[in-house]
Design a protein around this ligand. Structure first.
Ligand code: ACM
Length: 283
């Protein structure tokens, strides 16, 4: 496992194929959801595929017991085993969301896996709505990982509304932000265009589709429209609200040119000495 937190300004230019799989998990049916993913991606030709947040379990938990029952330890997880097998078979990398159980706590996590196994884990820091009742917030910061010269940062869904997350990932050197999501508010897809522009990075938002209404809870309608955005804010594709797998070719090295004009650089022109309030607990 490599966790590179270094700046790098140059890189070999090499196009890679990145893609998203947007679908509707069936709540609580981990094996069925995993099989649906492995069947749907059995013939995929891609270097990196991103799946939605909590894509093995579904989203709307009714009780802490349900979270406990459906959370998996990464080292013995059926989903992780099957997805690593798929990565080996297709010689590709995957980012996907799952409910993680670790040391008696439960996390809404994103995993980065490849033919070599689990490369990285990010535990969601900014919990949305009732997630606060069911998951612990991750406090491990915002890691990036490097494989084959490509620097990948992970964030999950509601992290989008805190621009600090994407900024930190970019400062650490991410070329590509992989962003599993279960979006119910209507703002994120447009906002991620800005996250890409302001940080000069690719963003891959893999959202789910469908609706969940469990117990007496309000219905949650997930908005689909998963998308890939380039470092200049071009939407390379945005899906509709149907199940879809889609791949596009990108050159990650495009994310290493942070110049926005001949005289402006997104990273070098920052004035952190003026931003002190951003890191103060009380404003
Ligand atoms: C969300 O963070 N799942 C909206």
């Amino acid at each position: 496992m490599q966790n590179k937190e270094q700046n790098r300004t140059t890189g070999v230019s090499k196009a890679i194929k990145v893609g998203l799989f947007q679908f509707e998990p069936v709540f609580g049916e981990i094996r069925q959801n995993v099989e649906h993913v492995t069947d749907s991606l059995a013939n995929i030709k891609a270097d990196l595929i991103v799946l939605p947040e909590l894509c093995t379990t579904g989203y709307q938990f009714k009780s802490p017991n349900e979270v406990k029952f459906l959370s998996e330890d990464i080292s013995s997880s059926h989903a992780v085993n099957e997805f690593v097998k798929l990565c080996k078979d297709r010689n590709m990398y995957m980012v996907f969301g799952m409910a993680e159980g670790a040391n008696g706590a439960f996390f809404n996590s994103a995993l980065y896996t490849g033919p070599e196994g689990v490369i990285g884990v990010y535990k969601k820091a900014h919990l949305f709505f009732e997630e606060k009742f069911f998951f612990s917030p991750g406090n491990g910061g915002f890691p990036i990982f490097q494989q084959n010269g490509v620097y990948v940062g992970l964030m999950i869904c509601f992290d989008w509304i805190f621009p600090e997350v994407a900024r930190i990932l970019a400062l650490k050197g991410a070329d590509i932000i992989c962003h599993p999501a279960n979006l119910v508010l209507p703002y994120c897809q447009q906002a991620m265009i800005t996250r890409s522009i302001e940080n000069g990075v690719f963003s891959l938002t893999a959202n789910r589709i469908g609706e969940e209404k469990r117990g007496g809870k309000d219905a949650l309608k997930f908005s689909g429209k998963s998308q890939v955005v380039d470092p200049r804010g071009n939407v390379l594709f945005r899906l509709g609200e149907e199940e879809t797998v889609k791949v596009v070719e990108i050159d990650p090295a495009e994310a290493r040119d942070k110049k926005i004009t001949r005289h402006n650089d997104l990273m070098e022109d920052r004035l952190p000495e003026l931003y002190g309030k951003l890191t103060k607990v009380s404003v």
